[in-house]
Ligand binder design. Structure first.
Ligand code: NDP
Length: 522
């Protein structure tokens, strides 16, 4: 996409947001694959964010009152818009992330197309009033209703690795529930969010119901000061800060954080499939996926064969500047400091005795930022590459004696996002999956749980709090209200009320004995 065209687009969208006047400066957006600056966006300060929040709150009541059908229609229009504008969206994602055409198409655009339809259809179902029955005598004959009411103004803060799926994607259920949303995308990848603001506007979303606050970390911090709930996706380090700030304001927050996902390969696994999935799910999006396979544990009898297969397949990967469908397999490293982290993890491992079988370095002779797809063996848990999130195209493989050792090592991590187990014995695989403390676990697969929007996706341990997708993925944007309705036939005075009388008290005591006092006392 031409930089000039993009720049115009960014400015127009911000004029729509009405916040450009309060920007404290500009942020250049770089194409990590080429090094070219493709656009600039405003760096919004606290005042601008507060103004956006005022406008968002004013717009929210009408959006909530519009109801599920009206909101759903706009979301379905946006789904069609995405299908009709796929090429433009893919180009925008590629231009600011440097990822491949396919990584943008399948893991981002296809996700959002599905998500628009899913939430348009599922919001009324997940948020419908529930009639509740109670065994409590005091509410007999009354109507009990559990209601999910939108919280109001939601702040969504997103990372740079999936600007559509992980930044914008979490806005869709928040909007479907009847909230206004302000999205703070990563300063590194703000263009996709701005394009989606334009898309929603074209699809008829009322003004200020969805706004984008471009800026740095400070803009995100200002957002937390102004919203009723924060949905954060990013590193565990920033997630802790977000949780602290949300706690100070006593607002709910949902946190989707980092991971170090283990893959376990047992000796009875279908090795060709295991190797293909190991390569794909560790190198896809250049390894910059929260639920990437970040480390593999392989039972000794199949270790050599697995390592050979993986190494051959990794050697065949084409790395470079994406120039359309099928041009390369592995794209750029989006966030500049990530190159240092990946390089440091590989160097730390080799300094402690690990061997690099292929890759291991930044790719030289290219203008952008690329890291060679890397396979590392002779690794152990003293190495960063096995303990800390690398977030690059690296796969360290460790030999283990048996499944028990693999499970113990898989759980030896502060993270608990995803995991995978490979074995021809599906029952054994499920048994092992259940022993791993992770928010999701796949048997003979990896990551694929993310595409099933009916399933919750979230992290255990330091990988997060709460989840996206499923009923919880939309109810978190609402507060519950319990409503009890007593009809006009009710008694003038209920039995437990003043004045207290010994006779009534005794009668109620006898009633409780009758109700709950029977049966053995063990
Ligand atoms: P960061 O935590 O660095 O940043 C995430 C977002 O928070 C960015 O928009 C950032 O702004 C903003 N931010 C920074 N400081 C603050 C603050 N004090 N208050 C509020 N917001 C702030 O994460 P990355 O962008 O580096 O993303 C990579 C991480 O995200 C990885 O750890 C990855 O595992 C995780 N992730 C988790 C997913 C999950 O579903 N569990 C999915 C995708 C990624 P800015 O960028 O402008 O500094």
């Amino acid at each position: 996409m031409a930089g000039v065209q993009e720049e115009q687009q960014v400015q127009q969208t911000h004029a729509g947001n009405g916040a450009a006047a309060s920007a404290t400066g500009d942020i250049p957006v770089e194409n990590p694959a080429t090094g070219a600056i493709v656009a600039t966006v405003p760096d919004l300060g606290a005042e601008a964010v507060a103004e956006m929040a005022t406008r968002g709150r004013a717009a929210q009541a009408g959006w909530e009152a519009a109801g599920f059908d009206s909101r759903g229609r706009i979301l379905l229009r946006a789904q069609k818009w995405l299908i009709d504008n796929t090429e433009r969206v893919v180009e925008t994602i590629v231009s600011e992330t440097g990822k491949t055409y396919e990584d943008a198409q399948f893991a981002e655009v296809a996700y959002a197309i599905n998500a628009f339809g899913f939430w348009a259809k599922s919001a009324p179902k997940y948020l419908a009033d529930e009639r509740v029955k109670s065994s409590q005598l005091l509410v007999k004959g009354k109507k009990l209703v559990l209601r999910h009411r939108p919280l109001g103004l939601i702040g969504v803060i997103g990372p740079w690795n999936y600007p559509l799926t992980n930044s914008f994607g979490d806005c869709i259920p928040a909007l479907a529930a009847g909230n206004a949303v302000i999205l703070k995308p990563s300063e590194v990848t703000p263009l996709t969010s701005l394009l989606m603001a334009e898309a929603l506007k074209e699809c008829g979303i009322p003004e200020n119901v969805f706004q984008v606050a471009t800026g740095r970390g400070e803009t995100g911090a200002a957002l937390i000061e102004n919203v009723d709930m924060v949905m954060f996706t990013g590193s565990t380090k920033t997630g802790r800060k977000v949780a602290e700030e949300a706690a100070k304001r006593l607002i709910p927050c949902s946190l989707e954080l980092g991971g170090k996902d283990p893959m376990i390969v047992l000796s009875d696994a279908e090795l060709e499939r295991a190797a293909n999935l190991a390569v794909y799910y560790s190198m896809q999006n250049a390894g910059q996926t929260c639920i990437s396979i970040e480390r593999a544990y392989v039972e000794a009898p199949v270790y050599d064969e697995f390592v050979n297969k993986v190494t051959e397949k990794v050697k065949a990967l084409r790395v470079g500047v994406p120039s359309g469908p099928g041009s390369v397999d592995v794209g750029a490293i989006t966030f500049p400091p990530q190159m240092e982290t990946i390089t440091e993890h590989v160097a730390d491992a080799t300094s402690k005795g690990a061997r690099v079988l292929t890759g291991g370095h930044a790719k030289s002779g290219v203008p952008g930022r690329f890291f060679e797809p890397t396979v590392i063996v002779d690794v152990n848990h003293s190495m960063k590459v096995m303990k800390e999130e690398t977030f690059g195209p690296t796969l360290p493989i460790m030999k283990v004696a048996d499944a028990e050792e693999a499970v113990q090592l898989a759980n030896e991590s502060p993270y608990g996002l995803g995991a995978s187990v490979f074995t021809r014995d599906a029952e054994k695989g499920e048994r092992i999956a259940r022993q791993i403390r992770a928010g999701s676990a796949n048997v003979n697969d990896a990551l694929i749980n993310y595409t099933a929007l009916e399933l919750p996706m979230g992290g255990a341990k330091a990988s997060g709090l709460g989840s996206r997708h499923g009923s919880g993925g939309i109810r978190k944007y609402c507060e519950q209200q319990a409503i009890v309705i007593t009809n006009r036939l009710a008694m003038k005075r209920e039995i437990h009320m003043f004045p207290y009388r010994a006779k009534t008290t005794r009668m109620l005591q006898r009633f409780f004995k009758l109700m709950y006092g029977r049966g053995r006392r063990d």
